[in-house]
Design a protein around this ligand. Sequence first.
Ligand SMILES: [Zn+2]
Length: 339
Amino acid sequence: MQQPFEVRELDLGNVEEARQALRVQLASHQLEVQWLNYPGLPLLWPDLAAVRSCRERIWAAFEGGALRGLVVVSRRPDGGIHIDRTVVDPEHLAQGWGYRLLNRAVQGETSCSVDTAEVNRAALALYHKAGFVQTQRWLTPDGLALWRLEYRPAEPPALELRADGWVKGALQLPSPNCDERSPGCVPELLVIHNISLPPYRYGGAGVEQLFTNRLDPAEHPYYQGIHQLRVSAHFFIRRDGQLLQFVPTGKRAWHAGVSSWRGREKCNDFSIGVEMEGCDFEPFSEAQYRMLAALSAALRKRLPLIAVTGHEHIAPGRKTDPGPFFDWARAQADCQLAN
Ligand SMILES: [Zn+2]
């Protein structure tokens, strides 16, 4: 499958990439000066030479070969990182590029900060979405109110699996797409998936609509091919860590399809399906891993779970999720389950 987008470090040795970076930064700066009504906003790079001599780390998001945005990150003396600038091509705003870049930049970092103008509501909303919270406010000498935000991914709430198979602490959205497990089958296996609807877009209602047979084919061209599917998963973990439940754990959800685990077929019979909001092409969020760990702990108290695996492993050749960015070592340790 062709990769729909890519987030990686900008190659400063590549003149074409540096040119794209300069162009996107200049266009974005112009727009930001208008938004903030603040002509004094400094440019990150005035010219190509400045881009090419930039010594900070630059994360870049590409769609096809085209640069959609970048995040410039510097290493603080205390070992944390500071986001110096988040830039999105004004022609491609509100398409998730800012989130995508920040999600990549904070991977593996324990402490991250960013400063932004209070009037820049779009930036504040973006940083909140990426897991940042406001910690300080001050005024510049010329009267611009600035906020400092720090990366504090959400901690999961207390979860409890009740006797009726619903998790207290999850948002319940009952799906008709389930039935009884085959006789003698109990949940032994956690199956991890990824999903996003429309593809590669996060935060919308598409997934819950699909799992409850309410997806509107008129809403997106992609939905025309899938709105008649009758599928579900027990759980869905959003990028911000929110947990949704569609099927009680005692019932069989329809997530695995034709599948086989350790020689046993029809994995739906003996598994719990967990969908992570995401795709095969970028890392999952810290808040999602924390929620997965909390969910697993709650499930293990009542269910005989012994292993965690991926849809790609029980349906190889047919499925690729959760994909190469899913951190199996972490998930196994967090969930206290084997592979
Ligand atoms: Zn799947």
